[in-house]
Write a protein that binds this ligand. Structure first.
Ligand SMILES: [Zn+2]
Length: 86
């Protein structure tokens, strides 16, 4: 899904014409409003918020194989063990 940006001045769709990477977790998106009567150009910050499910890169070796060969019930158990208790 493409990222849609709205102009905060007139609520029209804006186009992201470039972006710059400020850091590992922050990107700046340079946007211009598509409304010819507005033409507002602005910068949006895109920041990393939080992880929803862990990256497969963070799993120990052999974990994926184990996961693939386990049943859905077992997978649920594995994932509930991974996520921190809230
Ligand atoms: Zn606008």
């Amino acid at each position: 899904m493409a990222v849609r940006v709205k102009c905060n001045r007139c609520e029209s769709t804006a186009t992201i014409h470039s972006s710059s990477e400020e850091s590992e977790f922050v990107k700046k998106l340079y946007c211009t409003c598509n409304n010819p009567k507005c033409g507002h150009s602005f910068v949006m910050d895109l920041t990393f918020s939080n992880t929803l499910s862990p990256s497969a890169l963070d799993f120990p070796e052999g974990f994926i194989d184990k996961l693939m060969s386990s049943t859905q019930m077992e997978q649920k158990k594995i994932f509930s063990a991974l996520s921190p208790a809230s």
